[in-house]
Design a protein around this ligand. Structure first.
Ligand SMILES: Cc1cc2nc3c(=O)[nH]c(=O)nc-3n(C[C@H](O)[C@H](O)[C@H](O)COP(=O)(O)OP(=O)(O)OC[C@H]3O[C@@H](n4cnc5c(N)ncnc54)[C@H](O)[C@@H]3O)c2cc1C
Length: 468
């Protein structure tokens, strides 16, 4: 029996298609209101211009259009969800609020509080799995323990997955049940102190239509993913991470595509989607990793934490071209290719001997696709402090990584134009070049390396080899 009105609370799921929580609300109620809260506790500490906020606002606009096409309306409020959601439920006279689950420690606490406040007024918050294929303790070891090693987790994930797990949550076919509400304009960014959005600074188009364009493009090249995915200057990856972060595309849809294609590229890509699930469940089981090393022996390493080196790393002036190109790509676009994320993370921790949490925080500030679980997982993997991490003695050589993965220096030429005239061999280590391009002055036009990799490597081995 369908019930009267409900409220659907959009969060990291800014789409109307294949949205599990929205589907449940529409299936169980006669009419469904929709809301999004611009959470002041998240927005207030951000710089006044932030690509993520631009991306969200543009995605909300396209969501609003989609809802309106079906007679609905997106109610956007600015404030604390623990106040705004109970208030909206009260004002709209709904007893049931629906949303999709989020597995970050702070969000779990927030949702618990919202649920308590709603319950105190005789209302209910229902949460659904939508952000991942398998959540929480759905995939456990034979001893009913959470997995801390990826490969057996992945094997079990693939053994367990059934058609049902990837089925479309057909919210799109029930949008005629959206509740009507007088039209309200979305607030402007300036209303809460942000500078006007600059959508041209976004590396990808926002909203579900932006996601669809990227997916269509990637579908045509998915079979080459395995061979091309490690080369940052080649279009080999999907570039869908920000859309997965904000839920402008469904993870089930992507996993279905990977299964349908049945080729080596699609298999390899599915593995990356499973890494995403892996880190989400890992953070849910071990929320303390958000603040500390998973491996306790690395909790209090005596990092050198040189502030000047940290500034040079952030600004892309370490004197190591591949590192500088990657860090400038991040500043320029809010995106960084996965191979580069691994190189710069290794460089920060094992060449500059800086605490991985400093790098994690910088990525959290700058990445458009920033996701606590994936970012923390990636950093702790690179720093050898995490679950199933890179062994501490495996230290990337930034020059050989550059020669291998950017052989013609295309990425370097794009982001470090002062080195553009170097030949393909010399561009990876200009300080070793026998001849330099006419007029080029090392130390003036481009910095000398701030550290000597061979020396720092020995220091890192000593530091990580004998943790306190
Ligand atoms: C130090 C470090 C920090 C990272 N921080 C983030 C982050 O904040 N947010 C984020 O989404 N990813 C992060 N990653 C993982 C990975 O680099 C990005 O997901 C990927 O580069 C995004 O590009 P893409 O969408 O083209 O990926 P594709 O190669 O097309 O992969 C498809 C999707 O799989 C998921 N995925 C791929 N690799 C990983 C991975 N190693 N861990 C978890 N999920 C993965 C992403 O959702 C990605 O969009 C980080 C990796 C490292 C090494």
């Amino acid at each position: 029996m369908t019930q009267p009105s409900a409220l659907f609370w959009f969060r990291r799921d800014l789409r109307t298609e294949d949205n599990r929580g929205l589907y449940e609300a529409l299936a169980k109620h006669n009419q469904v209101y929709c809301a999004f809260i611009l959470d002041s506790s998240i927005l207030d500490p951000l710089p006044r211009q932030d690509r993520r906020v631009d991306f969200i606002m543009a995605s909300l606009q396209s969501l609003q259009l989609e809802l309106r096409q079906h007679g609905g309306e997106l109610l956007v409020r600015h404030g604390l969800p623990i106040e705004e959601i109970p208030r909206l439920a009260r004002d709209l006279g709904v007893d049931c609020v629906y949303a999709n689950k989020d597995y970050e420690p702070a969000t779990i606490l927030r949702d618990r509080r919202v649920s308590e406040l709603l319950e105190a007024e005789g209302r209910r918050l229902s949460l659904y799995k939508d952000h991942v294929v398998f959540e929480e303790d759905e995939i456990l070891t034979a001893a009913s323990r959470p997995y801390t090693v990826f490969t057996p987790y992945k094997n079990n994930w693939q053994k367990k997955v059934r058609h049902l797990d990837l089925e479309v949550a057909d919210s799109a076919s029930m949008l005629h049940k959206l509740a009507q509400h007088p039209a309200t304009d979305l607030p402007a960014l300036q209303d809460f102190g942000f500078e006007s959005s600059d959508l041209s600074s976004l590396p990808i188009a926002p909203g579900s239509t932006g996601a669809r364009v990227l997916l269509d493009d990637f579908s045509d090249r998915i079979e080459h993913y395995k061979t091309l995915r490690d080369f940052p200057s080649v279009k080999g990856v999907s570039y869908l991470s920000a859309h997965l972060r904000f839920g402008t595309i469904s993870i089930r849809q992507l996993a279905r595509l990977a299964y349908e294609r049945q080729n080596a590229g699609a298999d390899c890509w599915l593995g990356e989607l499973i890494w995403r699930d892996f880190y989400q469940q890992f953070l849910w089981h071990f929320p303390n990793v958000a603040k500390q090393s998973f491996k306790p022996e690395y909790q209090n390493l005596a990092y050198e934490n040189n502030e000047e080196w940290f500034a040079a790393w952030k600004e892309g002036r370490t004197g190591y071209p591949i590192v500088d190109a990657a860090m400038r790509q991040l500043l320029h676009s809010g995106y960084m290719h996965n191979r580069l994320r691994m190189i710069v993370a290794s460089f920060l921790v094992k060449d500059l001997l800086i605490d991985w949490r400093w790098g994690e925080a910088w990525f959290a500030e700058k990445l458009l696709d920033f996701d606590l679980a994936a970012n923390n997982g990636g950093w702790q993997w690179s720093a050898s402090t995490g679950c199933d991490a890179q062994p501490y003695f495996r230290i990337f050589n930034p020059v050989s990584q550059s020669e291998k993965f950017d052989p013609q220096g295309k990425l370097i030429r794009r982001y470090v134009p002062e080195l553009a005239a170097f030949d393909d061999k010399a561009i990876h280590a200009p300080w070793q070049a026998k001849t330099t391009p006419p007029g080029f002055r090392l130390g003036l036009d481009y910095p000398h390396p701030i550290v000597d990799h061979a020396v720092q490597r020995e220091k890192a081995l000593a530091l990580f080899g004998k943790p306190a």
